[in-house]
Design a protein around this ligand. Structure first.
Ligand code: XUL
Ligand code: CO
Length: 437
C-alpha cells in the first residue's frame, strides 16, 4: 500500500454553507434532488490526470515547484505512484469520474510496441482500482502534441508517416478507453493548425484532418464503442491558429465531411474566451445545433490573454452556463471535467483538494441558481414573448417558405407597413439574473 498523498483528509463530504471546514463541500450535496435528478448526476464531474499528476508547476520562465513524491523522477514506478494518487484524490473528493491522455498515465518506451505495453500495465491497474473504488472514466484521449514528432501537426502533418503514427496512437487510446468502459472519447487537435501560412497548404491539411476523423469514426463502430466522440475546440496555443477554432468552425468542418451526427463537442471555458467568445455563447451554439457533448470547466484570467486553466470560481458565469446546458436537456453522457491546474505557488498536494472543492461547489451553485432562474420563469417568458409574432400567419408563412421577396414587397407596400420598435429590456433581464446569483 503506497503512502497517502493527501494525508490530512479522509473524505470530503457535504457539510453545508455554514461549515468552517475547508476540506468540506458547502454547496455540493451529491444526492440532493434538482429538477428530479441527483445533483451528482447533473454535474458528473471529473478529475483530470494531466494537470493533477503530470504538471508540476513549471511555466515558461521556470521549472517544477510542486512537492510531489515523483518530482524529478520518471518511469513505471512513478506511473504506478501517480495512479495510486489519482484514485486517492478521486475517492477523497467523491469524484464519480476521471479523464486521461494516453501519455499522462505511462512513459514513452523505445518503440510504440513498448509504449503500448506500458499503457496496458497501467490500464490493468486502473481496471482494478475502478472496480475497487467505483470511480468511472468520463473520457480518454491521445496526446498528439507533446512529442517532437508532432511539431508540425498529427493528422495535418506534411508527412504521412506522422499521420500513420497518430492513427496507431489513437487506435490504442480508443481501445483502452473502450476497455475501461469510458463514456466518451475526446479529440483535441493541439497542433492541428499552423504557425505560418507560408509553409502551410490549408486545403490539403483540412482534407487530411477530415480523413483522420472518418477513420476514428470507422474504428469506433468497428470495435462497438458506444460512447460519444467529441472534438474540443480551441483557437490557438500552442499553434497561432488551430483549425478547430470554436464551436462554429468545428460545426462547419463536421458538415463538410458529413460527420455532424457522429461527433459532438467538448466545450471548454478558457478556450471559448481565448476565441473571443464566452463559455455561454459556445454552449448556446452547441445546443442550438444539437452538438453539445461535454464540458471542460476552468476559467482564464481577464487580465491576460492565454489559457491559464484556473479552477472555476464564478458562480454567475456557471449559472448562465447551466441555463444553456439545461435548455439543451443536460449533459447526457458528458460531464464537467476539471481541465484546470494549480497556480505555481500552490505547491502542497492538499491544494489539489482545495482547488477541486471550490470548483465543485461553484458548479453546484451554478446549477442551483440556474434552476431558480428557470423556475422563476420570467427570463424564458420574456424570450418567448419576444418571438411570439413568428407563430402568427406572417411569421409562419415566411418560415415555411411560402413568401418570396416579391410577396413581402407587395405586402409592405399594400399595407403601408411600419414595424413598431420594442425594448430588448437587457437591463431588466440582468436584474433578474442578479436576483438569483
Ligand atoms: C488543452 C486542453 C486539453 C484537452 C485534452 O488546452 O484543453 O487538455 O482537454 O487533450
Ligand atoms: Co480541455
Amino acid at each position: 500500500m503506497p503512502k497517502p498523498l493527501f494525508d490530512q483528509v479522509d473524505k470530503v463530504a457535504y457539510e453545508g454553507p455554514e461549515t468552517d471546514n475547508s476540506f468540506a463541500y458547502r454547496h455540493y450535496d451529491p444526492d440532493r434532488e434538482v429538477l428530479g435528478k441527483a445533483m451528482k448526476d447533473h454535474l458528473r464531474f471529473a478529475v483530470c490526470y494531466w494537470h493533477n499528476f503530470v504538471f508540476l508547476g513549471q511555466d515558461m520562465f521556470g521549472g517544477d515547484t510542486f512537492q510531489r513524491p515523483w518530482a524529478g523522477r520518471e518511469g513505471m514506478d512513478v506511473a504506478r505512484a501517480k495512479a495510486a494518487a489519482a484514485f486517492e484524490l478521486c475517492t477523497k473528493l467523491d469524484a464519480p469520474y476521471f479523464t486521461f491522455h494516453d501519455r499522462d498515465i505511462a512513459p514513452e518506451g523505445d518503440s510504440l510496441a513498448e509504449t503500448n505495453g506500458f499503457v496496458d500495465e497501467i490500464v490493468a491497474l486502473f481496471a482494478t482500482e475502478m472496480q475497487r473504488t467505483g470511480v468511472k472514466l468520463l473520457w480518454g484521449t491521445a496526446n498528439l502534441f507533446s512529442h517532437p514528432r508532432y511539431a508540425a501537426g498529427a493528422a495535418t502533418n506534411p508527412d504521412p508517416d506522422v499521420f500513420a503514427y497518430a492513427g496507431a496512437q489513437v487506435k490504442k487510446a480508443m481501445d483502452v478507453t473502450y476497455q475501461l468502459g469510458g463514456e466518451n472519447y475526446v479529440l483535441w487537435g493541439g497542433r492541428e493548425g499552423y504557425d505560418t501560412l507560408l509553409n502551410t497548404d490549408l486545403r490539403r491539411e483540412t482534407e487530411q484532418l477530415g480523413r483522420f476523423m472518418q477513420l476514428v469514426v470507422d474504428h469506433k463502430h468497428k470495435i462497438g464503442f458506444e460512447g460519444t466522440l467529441l472534438i474540443e475546440p480551441k483557437p490557438m496555443e500552442p499553434t497561432k491558429h488551430q483549425y478547430d477554432s470554436d464551436a462554429a468552425s468545428v460545426h462547419a468542418f463536421l458538415r463538410k465531411f458529413g460527420l455532424e451526427r457522429e461527433i459532438a463537442l467538448n466545450i471548454e471555458v478558457n478556450h471559448a474566451t481565448l476565441a473571443g467568445k464566452s463559455f455561454v455563447h459556445e454552449l448556446a451554439y452547441a445546443v442550438a445545433n444539437d452538438l453539445l457533448g461535454s464540458v471542460d470547466v476552468n476559467r482564464g484570467d481577464p487580465q491576460n490573454g492565454w489559457d491559464t486553466d484556473q479552477f472555476p470560481n464564478s458562480a454567475e458565469e456557471l449559472t448562465l452556463a447551466f441555463v444553456e446546458i439545461l435548455r439543451g436537456g443536460g449533459l447526457g453522457a458528458g460531464g464537467c471535467n476539471f481541465d484546470a491546474k494549480l497556480r505555481r505557488q500552490s505547491i502542497d498536494p492538499h491544494d489539489l483538494l482545495h482547488a477541486h472543492i471550490g470548483g465543485v461547489d461553484t458548479l453546484a451553485r451554478g446549477l442551483v441558481q440556474a434552476v431558480r432562474l428557470i423556475e422563476e420563469g420570467a427570463v424564458d417568458r420574456f424570450r418567448e414573448e419576444r418571438y411570439a409574432r413568428w407563430t402568427e400567419p406572417l411569421g409562419r408563412d415566411i418560415l415555411a417558405g411560402k413568401k418570396s421577396l416579391e410577396d413581402l414587397a407587395a405586402w409592405v407596400l399594400e399595407t403601408n407597413l411600419e414595424p413598431t420598435p420594442v425594448s430588448g429590456r437587457q437591463e431588466m433581464l440582468e436584474n433578474l439574473v442578479n436576483r438569483v446569483v
